[in-house]
Design a protein around this ligand. Structure first.
Ligand code: TXA
Ligand code: MG
Length: 323
């Protein structure tokens, strides 16, 4: 692990960060809110590594950091209200949840298979790095799961040091609180997570009351988040031991199921048994299996270690009975 001071050599820090990111690696990055653990948001394996390093037992959608409105427009659709808010508060501690444009390069693992994407433009070095990299960065707070967010490079080094090749030191985070997350729709503004930008300030700019949602962040992460999550139309059987004719089979490490010769499709999450690759393929394969299934979707048992825990969590949610 290396710590590079941005104040001492900004150009070297930026170039080294871009090199690691382009290579599919992770970096710890200062933003005005908290330090982020960043990866190329278009690289599924790199994003899977974020969950691995944080030790997160489930895949929640991550915020995509952009260099500006123009870059964000490549990936999400802005309504008039969203545009007004972006113009007023970006760069800054405001995250907007907006409809994902179909067919963009943002990897499905970044938004956990949702059809919306959380986007924000950070200030300062982070913004200039993203502009140089010219791709969005997925970045949750740089801390292991269950610990508080890091606001200094030293915090990050203590918590994650042995698992991140590069920590960029930009001094203490100016705000020290995560960004405020809102969802601007035709109907108004919904507050999903209170944060570094006061709701009252958003209200004075938009002239619209911010609805303090019953679906604040804890609710999003609770099983309630299932409602907005992709659930396949076909019935899903996890830990399957057999396949029926017409089933779509999702397998792992080349495992075969009795009966899979009559499957409508067989998709291997990772022929080599790499859980990181499996995580990166998961959302895409669930959708492909759903499209191909003439019966159910049968999923072989996935080892419940490392990223396998988050993969199984997601599979269990997709297989849960619908209300
Ligand atoms: O200040 C911040 O926002 C920091 C710095 C690094 O930018 N980042 C951060 O990211 O806190 P993260 O990934 O930990 O925040 C993710 C939260 C999720 O838990 C979820 O509540 C919300 O953002 N979120 C992300 N995508 C969403 C979506 N499509 N719909 C609803 N909520 C979403
Ligand atoms: Mg966090």
């Amino acid at each position: 692990m290396a710590i590079l001071s941005i104040a001492q050599n900004e150009d070297i820090a930026r170039e080294e960060a871009c090199r690691i990111l382009a290579d599919g690696g992770l970096i710890a990055l200062p933003t005005e809110t908290v330090y982020g653990l960043a990866a190329d948001a278009t690289n599924g394996k790199a994003v899977a590594r974020i969950f691995e390093v944080k030790g997160r037992p489930r895949f929640n959608p991550l915020i995509c950091h952009m260099s500006g409105i123009e870059m964000a427009q490549r990936y999400v659709d802005f309504n008039a209200l969203a545009m007004r808010l972006a113009e007023a508060f970006w760069p800054g501690p405001l995250t907007l949840v907006l409809p994902l444009r179909p067919g963009t390069a943002v990897h499905a693992l970044t938004c956990a298979g949702l059809d919306t994407l959380a986007v924000r433009v950070p200030t300062g070095f982070a913004q200039s790095l993203i502009a140089r990299f010219d791709r969005p960065l997925a970045a949750p707070s740089a801390n292991t799961s269950g610990k508080i967010s890091s606001t200094t490079a030293a915090h990050v080094a203590t918590d994650l040091g042995d698992r991140v090749p590069l920590i960029l030191d930009g001094g203490p985070a100016a705000i020290g609180l995560e960004s405020t997350i809102i969802k601007p729709t035709e109907k108004g503004v919904e507050l999903l997570r209170p944060g570094g930008l006061a709701a009252s300030e958003i209200e004075s700019v938009s002239g619209i009351r911010v609805a303090r949602s019953a679906e604040a962040e804890p609710a999003i992460e609770a099983p309630g988040m299932l409602r907005s999550h992709y659930a396949p139309g076909a019935h899903m059987r996890i830990n399957a031991r057999t396949a029926a004719a017409g089933d779509a089979v999702i397998t792992f490490a080349g495992a075969a199921l009795p009966g899979d010769e009559d499957a409508s499709i067989i998709l291997d999450l990772s022929p080599s048994g790499d859980l990181r690759e499996a995580a990166a393929n998961l959302f895409d394969y669930m959708k492909r299996a759903d499209a191909a299934a003439r019966g159910a979707i049968a999923v072989v048992p996935i080892p419940n270690k490392g990223l396998g825990e988050a993969i199984n969590d997601r599979l269990e949610r997709a297989a849960a009975p619908r209300v």
